[in-house]
Unconditional design. Sequence first.
Length: 308
Amino acid sequence: MTDDRSFYVRPAKQDDLINITELIIACDIDEWGEPDFSKEDLQEIWDDISLDTNTFIIQTFDYSIVGYGFIEEISEGRIDCYGFVAPNQKGLGVGSLLVKAFHDRASYYIDKYKKLGVKHTFNIIIPAKNKKAVCLMKENGFSFSRLHSKMSIDIDTLNAYKIPETIKLKLFDAQTDWELLFDLYNHCFKDTREHREQTLDMWMTEKTSPGYDKTLWYIAYLNDEPSGFIMCKKSPEAIWIDLLGVINTRRNLGVAKTLLNQIFQDCYTINFPKVQLMVDANSLTNANLLYEKVGMKAIYQIAVFSKN
């Protein structure tokens, strides 16, 4: 536990789940105008990290929680950090305390990478239009790396998309399709920043956590060959596209567009109002342009600031 004048830093406990969720929702509303988080989302994050070492609550001495952050090792050599400051506490040093906590914990990973001879990237993710957060990043030696857009579409009419004759979609079957889905995931994402080396059992555990809806998972076949897939989660506000992938040699042939339009049609059928996802605004596959073509619009952006 550390302190700085009127604040002190401590790790999160399971009992903090509701209070931290409420803090993040307040930050979302302040930044974007609407919430984009639930306690299930937070629990999913906490299930994958050590609360004792990788979470940081900024608290006043009257026990008010005014800030929260966490650090996650995405893959060997990549560390991602997220921080949240209560809207009524901005400009009081809470953000600086979080950055210091991130640095202190990141040093453990960086020392490990140096001993292994592994190149590393230390990232902090912030709202792209938050000028104070941008200044804080630059003051601490972080440089802008890339931009991600949250995209959304309202499902208020029946989609009339016709599936090409060369493409067939199969609803995921948990009894028979896990290995195929995992193979497709690795083929589609192995060269991306988001890919993590893990076993099938680890991946299955991750993808069966609360929120995932297998009635909205599909495998796409192009000319009878497994070529792509889509996996979605369900929240009270929207259907969230967790993963959408197409094998490199079968891109630009309508597979991704077909998968997206199937989800849109399903959402109309079950009367779900929105479909949303997050995409790299500078995607090498121009995925953001595909999403725009099918009617999705960017509603906000987050920026990744990095230090090597």
